[in-house]
Design a protein around this ligand. Structure first.
Ligand SMILES: [Zn+2]
Ligand SMILES: [Zn+2]
Length: 67
């Protein structure tokens, strides 16, 4: 089974923005917040726990970080 689902919810196939909220399992199965909630934060593919994916800092990405 392919595990390359980055950028797309593995449950409803909605697009998950790189800077948006997403939930991932240890194998990087990706889920949108709605599906993560409905599957009770347990990956349906591997049975692992889903954790919230860290988001990049927009200010840092723009090269204008001051702190
Ligand atoms: Zn979804
Ligand atoms: Zn998984």
């Amino acid at each position: 089974m392919a595990l390359q689902m980055r950028g797309e919810c593995g449950h409803c196939h909605a697009q998950v923005a790189p800077e948006g909220e997403a939930w991932i399992c240890v194998f990087e199965c990706t889920f949108c917040p709605q599906c993560a909630g409905s599957i009770q934060h347990v990956c349906p593919n591997c049975g692992g726990e889903l954790v919230r994916r860290p988001r990049p800092n927009p200010a840092r990405a723009a090269g204008q970080a001051t702190a």
